[in-house]
Write a protein that binds this ligand. Structure first.
Ligand SMILES: [Zn+2]
Ligand SMILES: [Zn+2]
Length: 1014
């Protein structure tokens, strides 16, 4: 089904057997309590499903849900021939019909596998650390063609099955993929992204190449016509996906042709997948005939209740958000950031009370000692942006060194700092003259730089992808020259960048504060590898001379050296540890530091008189309602009576009052400083969910806000995304074969994660282990995956589209349409969906349709200019009706999907993946998408209030305006229940019983007195 009324004769049964738990001594049955769900769904559609026809034209192999199934050519019930966990795709039959080849992701790379059509005889036929994809049999059955990144980019390779020998066929620097053997066996057709895009052919013996079909669109999956004279393939351009044969489109306009290999039934009919189904169509033209199938899927989701987060625990709480510790050159003290400020603590060992260096509402972080130990460089937003500052420890004064600077590192002679600017460009600044210059153009969010001992170069952890076709890779050591060679000029004065890879197929550092860090004597580098502290010897130029050796018994972060190159400090879960490399001894340094929840006194009474109230539970609004708040909790919600107006009375008679909004997918950037908290509140957002964060930085956000150091929303957070060997984002944890699963899950608990995020290269079976471990600890799990994640008990799925290791999405076709398999799995399981339509073209579309927000005072006063510039530029250019229609065509199906899921009883929780689009504002636009798709404004608002509160296990505290809930309210002008865009008209917001007027949120705090006049 395309999500529209034209569902046709689709037969779906979703049977739910819900076992209600008997709870409490009095034996009452409580609705909404956790229950085991047995889910049985009969699927008749498959999003992004491929089908392969057996040589005798009797049987189809399909890859529905990443499993393999066979079904007769006339359709009917499909028979599953492969278990979950393989993530099997793109089947191809052997010429004798006895085997099926496919690509699978059982461990952490794609390999080619073969199996008998009855599911027996499963065999992995390629191996190694590279991705092998898209198999196709040779006509004689002796070989398989496949694509692989073994050569540094994608090429076509062949595998001789009898010997296991692999051979590289294409050698072009562009990516060549999706091979198809010609009927005579002499050539292999493939897709290439070389400058003239299209389908090429390469001779199997020899090196001749020819262009078979040029096509500037995205070209997929060629297949030779039976006479070998031309090729069929799929051409995708925007919302149009066409099946091309011999240069002409044979599919119908508007048909959503899936980008997989077409097959031939005799010479006259072509078989392919489109619109969620399998189709056969006469090559000469005429209507396509669907081949209806049914596939039974059954699984049990165990009962699970997320642990209830206590936002205001009683008494002192140990600080977990210890950020960026660094050992002083003489080894005497450790500097670190916590609760928004800088602190030092004695490194003598044992517990010690830290000494405060700064004391203000701003965010200070990333401190580093000068080589003489007399100064600290650090980042702070006290000047409005996250700039680079220096504290003179002798005078206690602070001086700004450079605008926009993070992750600074002091040169060995103490005269300069290297740092990364907000665009991830490497810069250096002279500490005395403040003269600065750019050293390297934009990098993909590298880690903190570390200087060579001679001060002429820096190394950083940087992403090295396996190919330009997919973005994932490993973090390797990037060496960049800082100073020109005196003898040369211009570009020649700089040596080209160099890459060092001390442990192939492992990440070195994780592009945060995790190394590599060059020892002051130049002989070693320290880095976090596989979660543990390691060091390895290097030559003068930084090249590794021996493999890394492990130095920590526990999971480690933030390595730094003492000046004698004998000790390395690292961060453990709740303390720092100083390793002596000479005698192997480890000294614990535990900052004794606590925070206390900021409380609104329970005797403080506030009454909010709401002109109109939307309580988040009922679908309609009520007029003239009094909300009586005692301390930070709502006590009464009743029709207005004069005697209810007690304590401080907030007159919201001209406004609509709603529950504080919840943003379910955002990543908090420390670079926004304290303003970020005000940004959220100024748009009425009082809770955010952060799916992927540095756990220490995320804890700092929680603790600084909950303790009242700075204002902001409640932060529900996970730590790093748990991933396979190949990662993408900084901080991504490579779990490889899964040996570290238990260690990371124990750490997640110790660091107080609210939930767990797994990422796109994590094998399904490891995800299953993580879900089981996380659930035992009360933590929900979310990922980009829908199946088998849903069968393993995953609680949520992020993004309708989102990155997929497959190169296509099982949740959405290339033209952004989603079929009934996805809707049925979501609705029958109760798994949440966070759509993030804004990052799939939605934000641009809405900005073109109504971009008044770019002039909003909140954007102008609280955000860096760079957050608004792309939208301003978009609006400055004229847009044609055709362009607008093309954008609409990609966005509208996503909007309809959200409405279909919600209306069928599924759970959608609104999220945006900001700061890709502006924080907070983007959530309001996301809700506008849901209304465009057909939701009522009330239901759209529930995706950002009651539904996420319940999904996160916080329904007793948040998401509705009812007695007993925490007092999180937003008051807006107008009526968002009639016009969802009125949500932008925030007047005031209350969080935890504290009222904030919009004007107050826009005002920047004054800088501290320690700042020197410059
Ligand atoms: Zn009243
Ligand atoms: Zn995200």
């Amino acid at each position: 089904m395309r999500i529209s009324p034209a569902a046709g004769t689709i037969r779906v049964r979703a049977r739910l057997i819900v076992t209600l738990a008997v709870l409490s001594a009095c034996g009452t049955w409580l609705l909404g309590q956790p229950s085991t769900r047995e889910v049985r769904v009969t699927l008749s559609e498959g999003t992004s499903m491929a089908a392969a026809l057996s040589p005798d034209a009797r049987t189809l192999a399909i890859d529905l849900l990443g499993a393999l199934w066979t079904v007769g050519i006339d359709g009917g019930p499909a028979r599953r021939i492969l278990d979950d966990g393989y993530d099997a795709h793109l089947p191809s039959w052997s010429p004798d019909g006895k085997r099926i080849a496919f690509q699978a992701y059982l461990r952490d790379t794609w390999h080619i596998w073969t199996v008998n059509p009855d599911g027996t005889g499963l065999q992995e036929v390629t191996s190694g650390p590279f991705d092998d994809r898209e198999p196709h049999w040779s006509p004689d059955g002796a070989r398989l063609a496949f694509s692989s990144d073994r050569g540094g980019n994608y090429d076509v390779w062949t595998l001789t099955l009898a010997s296991g020998e692999v051979r590289r066929l294409t050698t072009n620097a562009a990516n060549d993929s999706m091979p198809a053997w010609s009927p005579d066996g002499r050539e292999i057709a493939f897709v290439s992204d070389r400058s003239e895009r299209g389908v090429y052919a390469h001779t199997v013996e020899g090196s001749a190449e020819r262009l078979l079909a040029a096509d500037a669109a995205a070209v997929w999956s060629p297949s030779w016509t039976p006479d070998g004279k031309s090729v069929a393939y799929v051409s995708v351009n925007g919302a149009n996906s066409r099946l091309m044969v011999g240069g002409a489109a044979v599919s119908e306009p508007g048909e959503d042709v899936f980008p997989f290999r077409p097959h031939w039934i005799g010479g006259a009919e072509v078989l392919y997948t489109a619109d969620g189904v399998i189709k056969r169509r006469p090559r000469a033209g005429g209507a396509a005939r669907p081949i209806a199938f049914s596939a039974d899927v059954a699984f049990t989701r165990a009962a699970f209740t997320p642990k209830r987060r206590n936002f205001a625990p009683d008494g002192p709480q140990a600080v977990r958000g210890l950020m960026h510790p660094t050992i002083a050159p003489d080894g005497s003290r450790v500097v670190f950031a916590a609760l928004g400020d800088l602190w030092t603590v004695s490194a003598a060992g044992g517990e010690a009370v830290p000494e405060r260096l700064t004391n203000d509402v701003f965010v200070e972080m990333n401190p580093v000692w000068s080589p003489d130990g007399q100064a600290l460089a650090y980042s702070s937003d006290r000047g409005g942006e996250m700039d680079l500052w220096m504290r003179d420890l002798r005078t206690g004064t602070d001086r700004r060194l450079a605008p926009g600077g993070e992750k600074a590192a002091w040169s060995p002679d103490g005269t300069r700092l290297a740092f990364l600017d907000p665009a991830s460009q490497l810069r250096v600044v002279d500490v005395r003259s403040l003269e600065g210059r750019q050293v390297h153009e934009r990098l993909n969010e590298p880690g903190r730089p570390s200087w060579s001992p001679d001060g002429r170069a820096v190394v950083m952890s940087a992403l090295h992808p396996y190919s330009s076709r997919f973005r994932e890779g490993t973090n390797q050591v990037l060496w960049v020259q800082v100073d020109p060679n005196p003898a040369s000029t211009g570009r020649d004065a700089f040596a080209p960048d160099r890459w060092f890879d001390p442990l192939p197929h492992k990440s070195i550092g994780m592009r945060e504060n995790l190394g590599p860090v060059w020892s002051p004597d130049g002989r070693q580098m320290a880095a976090i590898i596989d979660g543990y502290l390691h060091a390895y010897p290097v030559s003068r130029d930084g090249a590794p001379t021996a493999p890394p050796r492990r130095l920590s018994a526990d999971l480690a972060s933030s390595p730094s050296w003492t000046s004698d190159s004998r000790h390395i400090l690292y961060q453990a879960v709740d303390r720092f540890r100083l390793v002596d490399l000479d005698d192997g001894r480890v000294r614990d340094i535990t900052p004794r530091m606590s925070w206390e929840a900021r409380r609104t006194s329970g005797t403080t009474i506030t009454t909010v008189h709401a002109g109109r109230l939307f309580d988040g539970r009922n679908t309609g609004a009520r007029e003239a309602v009094d909300i009586v708040i005692e301390g930070n909790r709502i006590r009464q919600v009743e029709p207005h009576r004069d005697d209810l107006h007690r304590g401080t009375v907030v007159d919201a008679s001209g406004q609509t009052v709603l529950p504080g909004l919840i943003e379910s997918h955002t990543h908090l950037s420390k670079g926004y400083g304290e303003a970020l908290g005000r940004i959220w509140l100024s748009f009425g957002i009082t809770t955010i969910r952060n799916p992927a964060a540095n756990p220490f930085e995320a804890n700092e956000d929680r603790e600084a806000i909950d303790s009242g150091v700075r204002i902001g929303p409640r932060v529900v957070t996970t730590g790093e995304p748990l991933d396979g060997t190949r990662i993408y984002y900084p901080g991504g944890v490579a779990l490889d074969s899964g040996a570290l699963v238990e260690g990371y899950m124990a750490r997640a608990q110790a660091l107080g994660f609210d939930f767990v995020k797994t990422y796109v290269r994590l094998p399904d079976l490891i995800q299953k282990r993580i879900i089981e471990a996380a659930h035992q600890a009360g933590m929900p799990v979310t990922s980009h995956e829908i199946y088998p994640a849903v069968a393993y008990g995953a609680d949520g799925v992020e993004h309708i589209r989102g990155t997929s290791r497959r190169g296509f999405s099982p949740k959405m076709s290339e033209t952004r349409r989603t079929y009934k398999d996805v809707v049925d799995l979501l609705v029958s399981s109760g798994m949440t969906l966070t759509p993030t339509i804004g990052i799939q073209g939605g934000h641009q579309l809405l900005t073109l349709l109504d971009g008044a927000w770019v002039d909003d005072a909140r954007l102008a006063r609280l955000y860096p200019a760079s957050a608004v510039e792309p939208s301003r530029a978009l609006r400055a250019k004229p847009v044609s009706p055709q362009e607008l229609a093309a954008r609409e065509a990609l966005v509208a199906p996503q909007e309809r999907l959200v409405a279909a899921v919600v209306k069928s009883g599924g759970r959608v929780i609104a999220g945006t993946d900001s700061p890709i689009n502006p924080y907070a504002l983007s959530l309001l636009l996301e809700l506008e998408h849901y209304v465009r798709g057909g939701l009522t404004p009330a239901d759209a608002i529930r995706t950002a209030t009651a539904v996420p509160a319940e999904a996160m296990g916080l329904a007793a505290d948040l998401g509705t305006i009812e007695p007993g809930r925490l007092a999180d309210l937003v008051m807006v002008d107008g009526n968002p229940l009639a016009s969802i865009a009125d949500l932008r008209r925030t007047r005031r917001v209350m969080k935890d019983g504290v009222l904030y007027e919009l004007d107050a949120l826009l005002a920047r705090p004054a800088p501290p007195s320690s700042v020197a006049r410059q």
